[in-house]
Design a protein around this ligand. Sequence first.
Ligand code: ADP
Length: 250
Amino acid sequence: MIKVENLAKRFGGFYAVNNASLEIAKGSITGLIGPNGAGKTTLFNVIAGVHQPSAGRVLLDGEDITGLPPHSLFDRGLLRTFQIAHEFSTMTVRENLMMVPPDQAGERLWDAWFKPALVRSQEAEIRKKADEVIEFLEISHVADELAGNLSGGQKKLLELGRTMMVDAKIVFLDEVGAGVNRTLLNTIGDAILRLNKERGYTFCMIEHDMDFIGRLCDPVIVMAEGTVLAEGSIDEIKANEQVIEAYLGT
Ligand code: ADP
């Protein structure tokens, strides 16, 4: 589904991503791991249109999407989760879902919100969709809670929920498990697996928690020093000496 060819991203004289090539298969939950500073977030940001690459190409289902802005990628079903922005923390969970932010939502939902005539015709539909998402993620008990009052893990579920307000094909998750307690981590993991199996979402996720990766991801891609070091199942990766060295070296 995604093909990254010889991608590079330079900041000043420093290559954060350097000649990275990888593929993400349709229907997979692909893990992206590597020591701090390996270039994982930068790679995500280039794929998701946040940064322009210095070199290389990104293809989505064979179409060259290199350097397209986030809203164009959004229209093609490619989404990256973002932390709930400060200004959304004083809105409820349901309202947050109903107002997928403009940089992710493309024009449509956002326009609908601000054009009263459209809102009247579409609000019921948007609300219904939000309620479906709330039910799917089993967060009905916090649907009317302010997003700012949610726990870290619940915020991550809400971030995931926002990708469900539109028909995402592939979702990039950046450390969705970071700082989340075990119970909620399992809930988030279950939601990801169900989205993958029941809705056909493809995922690519940066993650540090090896148990979480082991449960969800196949294959796992390892980055180090801006490039791809290895790819395989979690067991192959754990046994790979180059990978062990890369981690020990930091
Ligand atoms: P990872 O996500 O694997 O920890 P990053 O992609 O965040 O790695 O960072 C890779 C390298 O690029 C790091 O050395 C980081 O300091 C550098 N870097 C990331 N973003 C920028 C930026 N905007 N300007 C300069 N250097 C950056």
